[in-house]
Design a protein around this ligand. Structure first.
Ligand code: CP
Ligand code: NVA
Length: 311
């Protein structure tokens, strides 16, 4: 019997490969049941508070719909309403919310705020994206890879873009699950050294590889998956013009896709900026699995909530 001892989902570096695989397998089961119309009100009567300091389409809708499908009720709260960290400290919000609701999903800037909520409160906290990590997204991504490729370990992913939250979370999950990953980024936009070190240590355990490459064509060579994300993340709007110039050679277009394996799939966490990080041609091609990927947010997060909140 596998052990699942996690209380929160803050960053997947805290999880064992087995715990990640348990989430993926539960996600696949819940997905199948939902398609067959088999209800699974595992969290009947529970309430989830969803706190957003940044915009969202997928995260907000998939958590709200997913929690409803599990039999619970989800509340949307903008961080401005609470004045998180300003009107009231993160710690006090955690203690108050712990008296009202059964779990918190939060999207914000600082990873330390998500950790602070988890530490001060007594209920599960789920990271719905920070400047540093996006764990729910990469669980959905690995489910999508498995559905399209029939395996995870032994494949190679090339992530082309900024070495921030998506790159970090992809490095962590791929290295834990035995998938090779190359982060293809402009110089100066490398992933954080701390995360590179974690991923390399994970890869030594799983027998996979973690590489940083600044040459796009070299980086995508042999890739089974080409993944990209926006050049300017939420909170970096002031750098948009500068980044457009720096990242231009890293656009995922037909020429770059041709440098990967012939049967490579294209992935993007969305929202996409067409003709910036990806061309319309690539995102609309047969290789693109971006809408399966978006759908899987629902199933992956239901698995996370079921595991963390069904106690
Ligand atoms: N991929 C993702 O997290 O989408 P949203 O920002 O729309 O939630
Ligand atoms: N890197 C992007 C991901 C959006 C889902 C951002 O942080 O805005």
């Amino acid at each position: 019997q596998s052990v699942f001892s996690q209380q929160h989902l803050l960053c997947l570096q805290d999880y064992t490969p087995d715990e990640i695989l348990q989430l993926l397998s539960l996600a696949a089961k819940l997905k199948q049941e939902q398609k067959l119309g088999i209800p699974h009100p595992i969290l009947q009567g529970q309430t989830l508070a969803m706190i957003f300091s940044k915009p969202s389409a997928r995260t907000r809708v998939s958590f709200e719909v997913g929690f409803h499908q599990l039999g619970g009720h989800a509340l949307y709260i903008s961080a401005n309403e609470i004045g998180l960290g300003q009107r009231e400290s993160v710690e006090d919000v955690a203690r108050v919310f712990s008296r009202f609701v059964d779990g918190i999903m939060i999207r914000t800037f600082k990873q330390s705020d998500v950790e602070g909520l988890a530490k001060a409160g007594s209920i599960p906290v789920i990271n719905g994206l920070t400047d540093d990590f996006h764990p729910c997204q990469v669980l959905a991504d690995m489910l999508t890879v498995y559905e399209h490729k029939g395996q995870i370990a032994g494949l190679k992913m090339a992530f082309v873009g900024d070495g921030n939250n998506m790159a970090h979370s992809l490095m962590i999950i791929s290295s834990k699950l035995g998938m090779d990953i190359t982060i293809v980024c402009p110089e100066g936009y490398d992933p954080q050294e701390k995360v590179v070190a974690w991923a390399k240590a994970n890869a030594a355990q799983s027998g996979s590889k973690v590489e940083i490459e600044h040459d796009p064509m070299k980086g995508v060579a042999g890739a089974d998956i080409v993944y990209t994300d926006v050049w300017s993340s939420m909170g970096q709007e002031a750098e948009t013009e500068k980044r457009r110039v720096i990242f231009a050679p890293y656009q995922v277009n037909a020429a770059l896709m041709a440098g990967a394996k012939a049967d490579a799939i294209f992935m993007h966490c969305l929202p996409a900026h067409r003709d910036e990080e990806v061309t319309d041609e690539v995102i609309e091609s047969k290789q693109s699995v971006v809408f399966d990927e978006a759908e899987n947010r629902l199933h992956a997060q239901k698995a996370v909530m079921a595991k963390l909140m069904n106690r």
